[in-house]
Design a binder for this molecule. Structure first.
Ligand code: GDP
Length: 297
């Protein structure tokens, strides 16, 4: 029913990498996300107010972009994967240089390996006198994460989210990794995307942050998302600006949904509102049936 056809090679255009930051609690994931956001050449743009919509884009000096998922931690990552959403192209593993490898670091390594996603290690808190980045590299070896210095192929970088050092180096390494992946998508087709975050907003009704996977999402587009449907009434980007369209790897807040979908749900643009409603109703029926059959007697 839905147009899920593969795109022709000739229609594919380069797209920005989508990055998830993982690591042990308190190792600096949130601090690093905030610091990286501040490196964007457009972050100081007039009228732009930072919006936390679940993902943001950094624009580098050469105008290329990197999309960061703003929900740190491997729970969001594995929840999304469990729902069939593989939106992450690159994982940045944060390890605090004073604390070293901890249980959630190892969990994150395992999740990343299971997903087959390339990893870059950010050794954080290098400003601390007790920081020991070399020990981190050695311990990583025990988990078969072999950094370049140890003649492996995993890039690593020493950073301090607090002092904002090593950030350009980290961004360079993400770009380098992205180039190797040759990430592409067709921007000229009906949009498909993934729900990164969704909520019921008091004033605006159901709102979902969609990360566009392929195609271009436009105001007025009719869509089905999980067991909900709708028509794009407005879109707001990560700088709080209203936008008319959003291409591949761009995160946008979408207004105009019939209800609140779940993180990891897929959005697809369809031709008619009737079709969108039919698919959504069918899916709601399936969900209802699952609940009834699973309910204890
Ligand atoms: P998360 O739980 O991984 O998101 O970690 P947070 O970003 O919340 O950071 C945990 C604590 O470590 C906070 O008190 C931060 O201020 C601190 N922190 C984060 N990055 C650095 C750093 O580069 N250097 C130092 N000295 N402290 C940091």
């Amino acid at each position: 029913e839905l147009d899920t056809t593969e795109d022709n090679e000739a229609d594919l255009k380069p797209r920005a990498p989508v990055v998830t930051i993982m690591g042990h609690v308190d190792h600096g994931k949130t601090s690093l996300l905030d610091a990286l956001r501040g490196t964007s050449v457009t972050s100081g743009e007039a009228g732009g107010i930072t919006q936390h919509i679940g993902a943001y884009q950094v624009t580098l000096k050469d105008k290329s972009q990197i999309t960061f998922l703003d929900t740190p931690g491997h729970e969001a990552f594995s929840d999304m994967r469990a729902r069939g959403a593989n939106v992450t192209d690159i994982v940045v593993l944060v390890v605090a240089a004073d604390d070293g490898l901890m249980p959630q670091t190892i969990e994150a390594i395992n999740h990343t390996k299971a997903a087959g996603v390339p990893m870059i290690v950010a050794i954080n808190k290098c400003d601390k006198p007790e920081a020991n980045p070399q020990k981190v590299r050695e311990r990583l070896l025990e988990h078969e994460v072999i950094v370049e210095e140890m003649s492996g192929d995993v890039q690593d970088v020493e950073v301090s989210a607090l002092k904002k050092t090593g950030l350009d180096d980290l961004l360079d390494k993400i770009q380098l990794q992205a180039e190797l992946l040759e990430l592409k998508a067709n921007p000229d087709r009906a949009a498909e995307g993934t729900v990164v975050e969704a909520k019921l907003d008091k004033g605006r009704g159901p709102v979902a942050t969609i990360l566009v996977n392929r195609g271009t999402l436009k105001v007025g587009d009719i869509f089905v998302v999980g067991a909900e449907s709708g028509k794009v009434r407005a879109m707001i980007d990560d700088k709080g600006k209203q936008v008319k369209k959003a291409g591949p790897s761009t995160p946008v807040e979408v207004l105009g949904l019939s209800g609140v979908p779940m993180a990891g749900d897929q959005l697809q643009v369809v031709d008619t509102e009737t079709k969108a409603r039919e698919i959504a109703e069918y899916r709601q029926g399936v969900m209802q049936q699952k609940r009834t059959t699973q309910a204890p007697a």
